[in-house]
Ligand binder design. Structure first.
Ligand SMILES: Cc1cc2nc3c(=O)[nH]c(=O)nc-3n(C[C@H](O)[C@H](O)[C@H](O)COP(=O)(O)OP(=O)(O)OC[C@H]3O[C@@H](n4cnc5c(N)ncnc54)[C@H](O)[C@@H]3O)c2cc1C
Length: 385
């Protein structure tokens, strides 16, 4: 039986960065995925937004590191991941939203984040043609941005291969082996083979609960589905990711941006959530979001939609990831529950888990792990969940 220092379950937004961090620390790593290549789970369903402007400390610190990684990727490694530092713009039409978003400034600024209130005229400059009826202004963070999720993972995969990481694709994990005393992991079983290891990392995205159940560990992650779409490319006319958090019947927030190729990519948060793992597109999504987007930015009505898709947010009860080692099973490490933010948290979490496994945690890491703890109180919900 092949022996590895660590086996990562899931070649997605989180698993691949973890594999790289471990390999760079000298570990012999195997990554297993049921799909045919990296990023074919939820990674490729993400629309590509990356921001550090969260309302929780652990997420801010993690996403700040992710931003640093993705914004310097091309310079360091040569791959064009279509990174654009377009910023995030929360458009504000209601006093209550201004108050909520501004209340986060002290925390966000204490981590050095550039985020500020901008007035109505500045919003109109950033999003030409925006509906200014009732527009109060916006919250703008210039250093956030967007990129291609798949190009980033391909870049990671190339670096993993160069570091000796092995991948087994089209192979499904069916069981986790334990030592005789049942207290630590000893390997992984798939539909094709068995691998021996003392460290198993459960980064199986929407399936982390199923993998946890294989060792009787309940991970409170429930997938819910979200739809997205992309238009034909048009001449660039706005830069930021535009976020509108006003709820309407059938939906909460929606957001959109124009990517490096000129296409507009957009996504909506259904309300109530659509629970489950069905990823067939609905017929409600496009009319629902098109109405909201065209009302916000009327000139969008001239642009044709090319493709829609539906994917899953692996949701935790409080909107925070779950990262850490299972108390009752040594060597079983969980990195999941990424919700709608696995792309922007994955690179930072990859390095964090790398330091955890190789005993190189910093004091700041301990605080972050506390925020992502498997034993935390799941009743507290983040303001910008
Ligand atoms: C419409 C939409 C838009 C989104 N937009 C954004 C965004 O703009 N920014 C952002 O940060 N996030 C976004 N997300 C969220 C993001 O896609 C997820 O949070 C992220 O991909 C989750 O990463 P992960 O590594 O946990 O899971 P995944 O990327 O899904 O990786 C898990 C992998 O595990 C594999 N796997 C599962 N079970 C097994 C098994 N038994 N055996 C072998 N392999 C297995 C799967 O095949 C999969 O490849 C969006 C999601 C959707 C649906």
């Amino acid at each position: 039986m092949n022996k590895y220092d660590a086996v990562v379950i899931g070649a997605g937004s989180t698993g691949v960065p973890i594999a790289l961090a471990l390999a760079e620390a000298g570990e012999h790593v195997l990554v297993i995925d049921k799909h045919a290549s990296v990023g074919q789970g939820e990674n490729k369903h993400a629309i590509g937004g990356v921001r550090a402007t969260h309302s929780d400390r652990a997420k801010i610190v993690t996403a700040l590191r992710s931003l640093e990684i993705v914004s310097t990727w091309r310079q360091l490694y040569g791959d064009n991941i279509e990174w654009v530092e377009g910023g995030y713009l929360f458009v504000v039409y209601r006093e209550e939203d201004a108050k909520t978003l501004k209340s986060l400034f002290p925390l966000q600024k204490s981590y050095g984040l550039h985020i500020d209130w901008i007035d109505k005229e500045s919003v109109k400059e950033k999003v030409p043609g925006i509906n200014d009826n009732g527009l109060l202004g916006g919250i703008f963070s210039p250093h956030d941005g967007n990129m291609s999720p798949l190009l980033l993972l391909n870049g990671y995969a190339r670096r993993c291969l160069a570091q000796g990481v092995e991948f087994r694709f089209k192979e499904s994990v069916t069981g986790i082996n334990r030592d005789r005393d049942n207290k630590s992991v000893s390997g992984v079983k798939t539909n094709k083979a068995e691998y021996s290891t003392d460290i198993v990392i459960n980064a199986a995205g929407a399936s982390i609960r199923e993998i946890g159940a294989m060792v009787d560990i309940d991970l409170p992650v429930q997938p819910d589905s979200h739809e997205a779409a992309v238009t034909e490319p048009v001449k660039p006319f706005f830069n930021p990711m535009v976020v509108d958090i006003r709820p309407e019947e059938g939906s909460k927030s929606y957001y959109f941006y124009q990517n490096a190729l000129g296409q507009i990519i957009f996504c909506i948060t259904p309300s109530p959530p659509i629970l489950g793992t069905d990823i067939r597109s609905t017929s409600q999504f496009l009319p629902q979001i098109a109405k909201r987007m065209i009302n916000l930015l009327p000139r969008l009505k001239y642009i044709n939609v090319r493709r829609t898709w539906r994917g899953l947010y692996p949701m935790s009860p409080d909107g925070q990831p779950l990262v850490g080692e299972a108390k009752k099973l040594s060597g079983f490490i969980i990195a999941g529950g990424m919700c709608g933010q696995g792309l922007m948290l994955g690179p930072g979490i990859g390095e964090l888990v790398g330091r955890y496994v190789t005993n190189k945690l910093t004091l700041q890491d301990l605080h972050v792990l506390d925020g992502f703890s498997l034993e935390r109180d799941f009743g507290k919900v983040e303001v910008l969940k």
